[in-house]
Design a protein around this ligand. Structure first.
Ligand SMILES: [Fe+2]
Length: 175
């Protein structure tokens, strides 16, 4: 076990539950990557022309799509998948910690975008927040690429090793 936990919970879930979650998270990543391309374009246009109502509406719609997908995704990873992964042999603490830091950065950037009124805030604030939104998109793209490259393949190997006889799921209750 690692000396210091990065996450708030300790997951007692079994391998079958984790396989299901991993499968779902991979699908959500694919969905988010499609939305990210739309968002990057919408935000680039908005930052050049923050007074345009059409561009504001398009960026607001892109944010609504990404943030609704991401809220569930991050919650599942932070409350179920990562606490479980943190206790497994063969998964480096550095990797889990890096993902924790990336998630914290996404939460921070997301707060700025959430606080914006796409309809009524002044142009200067919209342009400034559009840049935070763009940074959010770039960071999320990196996080997804990193998961698919580093985390998910390791988890698959660990799950294969633990096999179907692993204990049944007792997931912690969420806030
Ligand atoms: Fe993810």
């Amino acid at each position: 076990m690692h000396a210091k936990s990065t996450f708030k919970t300790v997951s007692g879930a079994g391998a079958e539950t984790m396989k299901r979650l991993l499968f779902e998270l991979c699908g959500e990543d694919d969905g988010m990557q499609v939305s990210l391309m739309d968002a990057a374009l919408a935000v680039a246009e908005l930052s050049n022309d923050p007074g345009c109502i059409k561009k504001r509406r398009r960026a607001a719609e892109a944010w609504r799509k990404i943030s609704s997908l991401l809220a569930h995704h991050l919650l599942t990873e932070e409350w179920d998948l990562l606490p479980w992964a943190e206790l497994r042999k063969g998964i480096s603490h550095g990797l889990i910690e890096r993902i924790g830091q990336q998630h914290r950065k996404l939460h921070e950037l997301g707060k700025d975008v959430n606080a914006l009124s796409f309809e009524s805030d002044e142009n200067e604030k919209v342009a400034r927040t559009a840049r935070a939104f763009f940074e959010f998109v770039v960071n999320l793209d990196d996080v997804i690429a990193g998961e698919q490259r580093d985390l998910f393949p390791i988890l698959q190997r660990v799950l294969f090793r633990e096999g179907p006889q692993a204990p049944a799921a007792i997931l912690p209750s969420r806030p």
